[in-house]
Write a protein that binds this ligand. Structure first.
Ligand SMILES: [Zn+2]
Length: 377
C-alpha cells in the first residue's frame, strides 16, 4: 500500500448564536479592522445589520460587491476595499460565492498582479508566498460547504471561464457555523442547496479513492442530511433541522477533499451551458448517475441505504432519493428545466472534460455522459 496523507485543519465553532462569538475571537487575536465580504443581495438584508450589531469594539467596513458567478474583477474590487479601509482581517459572510471571493481577497490585497495569475493551472502561476490576512468564515446557506474548503472558484471577466485558486493557505482560520443564519432561506433554496450537500456526501463515499476518514464523515453526513432535509424545507423555522443541514453541508465539503463523481461533472456542465442552479442540477442528475453506478459498487449502496434508513436496502436507495426530491418540491426533469437535445454536444463536452468523474466508481466515456443526460430528460 502506498503512503497516504490526511488533514482536517479547520477550527469550527458550531451552533445557534455562533456568530455572536466573532468579535471576541478577533479582538483576542489583536485584530480591530475587519472587512466583511458578502454578496449584493445579503448586503441589503437585515441579517447583515443584525450580524454587525454583534461586532462591537471593531471598526468594520463592508464590501458587498459579490454577485452571480463571482469574477476576478469582483475579487480585485474587494482587495481595493480591503486596502482603502486599512483592514487587518477578512470576515466572509454568505453562500458559496461570497465565501469563495472572501477566501482570496486577502491574496489579492497582499500580493502583486491579478488574482487570475494565482489559479493553479495558470501558465505562469504566481506563488502565494506572503502571510495572508486573518480570515474567518460564516456560511449563510447549507450546501456548498465552501467555508471549510481550500479552493476558490472565480470566473475570468472576458471569457466567463471558471478558474480555481487552490491552496491550504486560503483556508479559513476559523469557521463560525451558525444555523440561525439560514432560518430565512426560502424552501426552494433550502431544497436545492440541501441536495448539493447530500450529493457531496454520497459521491465522496462512492468514489474509489483510499480515504477511510472521509468515508466515515461522508456516511455520517449522508445520515444527518437524510434525516433532516425534508423537515428543513417543510418547517423552515426548525432550528434542529437547520443545524443538521449546516453540519451535513460542512461534512460533505470536508469529505469531498477525497473526491466527487460524475453527478458533479454533469452539474458543472449544466451550470455552464444552461445556467442551472448547482444544487438543482445535482438533484436532477443524481438518480440517473447513481442508477448507472449501482451495479459497480452494490455493497456501498447497501451501506448508504442503511445509514439513510431506507427500507429495502441498496436497490431501494435510488427510488428513495426520487421520493425525497418530490417531498422537497424538486420535481420535473432536465427538459422541464429548459434543457434541450441541442444542448447535448456542449453538455457532453464540458462534463467529459470536467475532472470530477475521474473518481466516479464507473469510468465515464463521452457516450456514457450522453446516455446519462438523456436518461435525466
Ligand atoms: Zn456541489
Amino acid at each position: 500500500m502506498s503512503l497516504a496523507n490526511f488533514s482536517f485543519p479547520t477550527a469550527i465553532q458550531f451552533g445557534p448564536g455562533a456568530r455572536k462569538e466573532v468579535a471576541a475571537h478577533l479582538l483576542a487575536q489583536g485584530l480591530k479592522r475587519p472587512l466583511i465580504v458578502t454578496d449584493r443581495a445579503l448586503g441589503a438584508l437585515p441579517v447583515l445589520e443584525e450580524f454587525r450589531s454583534h461586532l462591537r469594539g471593531l471598526d468594520v467596513a463592508v464590501f458587498s460587491g459579490v454577485f452571480g458567478n463571482p469574477t476576478a474583477s469582483q475579487v480585485m474590487a474587494g482587495a481595493a476595499a480591503f486596502k482603502a479601509h486599512r483592514a487587518d482581517c477578512v470576515i466572509g459572510f454568505g453562500g458559496g460565492a461570497a465565501l469563495d471571493v472572501a477566501k482570496v481577497v486577502g491574496v489579492a490585497a497582499t500580493h502583486e498582479g491579478d488574482i487570475i495569475e494565482y489559479v493553479w493551472d495558470h501558465p505562469k502561476v504566481r506563488a502565494i508566498e506572503k502571510e495572508l490576512p486573518y480570515f474567518v468564515a460564516l456560511p449563510t446557506t447549507a450546501g456548498t460547504g465552501s467555508e471549510v474548503g481550500r479552493s476558490s472558484v472565480v470566473s475570468e471577466d472576458a471569457t466567463h471561464l471558471k478558474r480555481v485558486v487552490f491552496s491550504p493557505k486560503i483556508l479559513a482560520r476559523k469557521v463560525f457555523a451558525d444555523p440561525e443564519l439560514t432560518l430565512a432561506l426560502p424552501p426552494h433554496v433550502t431544497a436545492a442547496t440541501g441536495m448539493d450537500a447530500l450529493t457531496h456526501n454520497i459521491e465522496s463515499y462512492l468514489s474509489p479513492a483510499y480515504h477511510p476518514l472521509c468515508d466515515g464523515i461522508a456516511l455520517e453526513g449522508a445520515r444527518i442530511a437524510a434525516r433532516s432535509l425534508q423537515r428543513a424545507v417543510q418547517v423552515p423555522g426548525d432550528i434542529a433541522a437547520r443545524s443538521d443541514m449546516m453540519m451535513a453541508s460542512m461534512m460533505g465539503a470536508i469529505a469531498f477533499q477525497k473526491d466527487l463523481g460524475a453527478v458533479h461533472s454533469c452539474a458543472h456542465a449544466l451550470g455552464a451551458v444552461c445556467d442551472l442552479h448547482h444544487g438543482l442540477a445535482n438533484a436532477l442528475m443524481i438518480d440517473a448517475v447513481l442508477e448507472w453506478n449501482h451495479e459497480r459498487v452494490p455493497e456501498k449502496f447497501e451501506e448508504l441505504a442503511h445509514v439513510c434508513r431506507v427500507p429495502g436496502g441498496g436497490k431501494a436507495f435510488v427510488p428513495w432519493l426520487k421520493q425525497l426530491k418530490q417531498s422537497i418540491g424538486i420535481t420535473g426533469t432536465l427538459s422541464s428545466h429548459g434543457v434541450t437535445r441541442e444542448h447535448f454536444p456542449k453538455l457532453v463536452d464540458i462534463a467529459f472534460k470536467d475532472s470530477c468523474h475521474q473518481t466516479n466508481p464507473r469510468p465515464c466515456t463521452a457516450q456514457d455522459f450522453e446516455r446519462l443526460f438523456a436518461a435525466a430528460m
